[in-house]
Ligand binder design. Structure first.
Ligand code: SF4
Length: 293
C-alpha cells in the first residue's frame, strides 16, 4: 500500500527525538493516533497547540511537531483553557494522566466540564502513576498491589465515568491504546466538537499495570457504534460508560453539540472581531503613574 504525504502529512509531525517509553507502552499508539487525526483533519503543526501534563505521556511533548507546552503536574487544563482564550482560532488539545487528572488536578477537570471550554482533553488512563514507578492512583483497582501500596489501596477506586457524567459533559468518548484506527476517529470527532471533549483512553502500561493489560483490554472492549448506540442518549451513554463489569464500551459515548461553549457565552467577547493576542499592544501608562506619585 502506498502512503501519500501531502504538505500536512505525517512527516510534518515527525520529531528527531527518540521515544523512550517502555516496550509495549500504550503511549506509542496514542502518539500515532493523534498525529494521524490531525493529518486527516488537515491541521498542520503550525495550526495546533498540544499541551501536556507531567507523566509518562508528557514525554510526548518533544516527540512530535506543533506548538507544544509541557505544564505543571495536574495543571494542564487551566493552561490549555487560557491559551484557547488568547487565541480561539486554533484547536487546543490537552493530554493528562489519570493520576494528575483525578487527584492533584481534579478541581480543574470539574471546572473544565462545567465551563464547556472548547478544548479536547485526552486522558492517558493507565490506572497508575507510571512516571513515579507504579504508585497507585485514584483509578487503580481497589485491592491491587502497587509499589506504593503493596496491600492494595484502602480507598475506593474513583468511579471516573460516573463522576464525569455527573457534571453534565457535552462530549464523552472512550478508546483503547491498542486500537489506533478507532482512536483516530474519536480524536477527530473530539477536535471538531464545539465544547469540552473528554476522551478517556484506556492505556496499556506493561511495566506497572499488571491487571488491565493490553491483552485483558482487548478481551473486554467493544465498539458501541457496531451495536447502534445513539450518542445523543444521555442516560444510556452514562449507563454503558459506568458499567464495566463484563464489557467495556468504546467509541463516542455521548455528544451534545447544541450547548454553547464557554467563550460563546462570554459576554465581554461578543461582537469582537480580533482575538485577545491581536489586541495586545503597548500602552503608555506614564500619565497614570504620574497620578500615583
Ligand atoms: Fe508506559 Fe508504563 Fe512505561 Fe510509563 S511506566 S512508559 S506508562 S509502560
Amino acid at each position: 500500500m502506498s502512503i501519500h504525504f501531502d504538505s500536512t502529512g505525517m512527516k510534518k509531525y515527525c520529531s528527531s527525538n527518540t521515544c523512550n517509553w517502555c516496550d509495549g507502552c500504550g503511549d506509542y499508539g496514542i502518539w500515532t493516533a493523534i498525529k494521524r487525526a490531525l493529518v486527516e483533519l488537515q491541521i498542520p503543526p503550525s495550526g495546533v497547540l498540544l499541551c501536556y501534563d507531567v507523566g509518562c505521556h508528557g514525554n510526548m511533548s518533544d516527540k512530535l511537531m506543533g506548538y507544544r507546552f509541557h505544564g505543571l503536574h495536574g495543571r494542564v487544563l487551566p493552561l490549555a483553557a487560557g491559551a484557547k482564550l488568547a487565541n480561539p482560532n486554533i484547536p487546543v488539545i490537552a493530554h493528562g494522566g489519570d493520576g494528575a487528572s483525578f487527584s492533584e488536578g481534579v478541581n480543574h477537570l470539574v471546572h473544565a466540564l462545567r465551563s464547556n471550554y472548547p478544548i479536547t482533553f485526552i486522558l492517558h488512563n493507565n490506572a497508575n502513576y507510571g512516571l513515579t514507578t507504579g504508585q497507585a492512583s485514584a483509578l487503580t483497582w481497589q485491592g491491587q498491589p502497587m509499589n506504593s501500596a503493596p496491600n492494595g489501596i484502602p480507598e475506593n477506586t474513583l468511579r471516573s465515568m460516573d463522576f464525569v457524567f455527573s457534571l453534565e459533559p457535552t462530549f464523552v468518548a472512550r478508546g483503547f491504546s491498542g486500537n489506533i484506527k478507532q482512536m483516530v476517529e474519536i480524536f477527530k470527532a473530539a477536535i471538531r466538537h464545539r465544547g469540552f471533549a473528554f476522551v478517556d483512553i484506556l492505556q496499556a502500561c506493561p511495566t506497572y499495570n499488571k491487571f488491565a493489560t493490553h491483552e485483558w483490554l482487548m478481551r473486554h472492549v467493544y465498539d458501541v457504534a457496531a451495536e447502534g448506540h445513539d450518542p445523543s442518549d444521555f442516560a444510556k451513554a452514562r449507563q454503558i460508560a459506568v458499567d464495566t463489569s463484563e464489557r467495556i464500551s468504546t467509541g463516542v459515548l455521548y455528544q451534545d453539540a447544541g450547548v454553547p461553549n464557554f467563550y460563546e457565552r462570554l459576554v465581554a467577547r461578543q461582537g469582537k472581531k480580533a482575538v485577545p493576542v491581536e489586541e495586545v499592544k503597548k500602552i503608555d501608562v506614564s500619565e497614570f503613574m504620574r497620578g500615583l506619585v
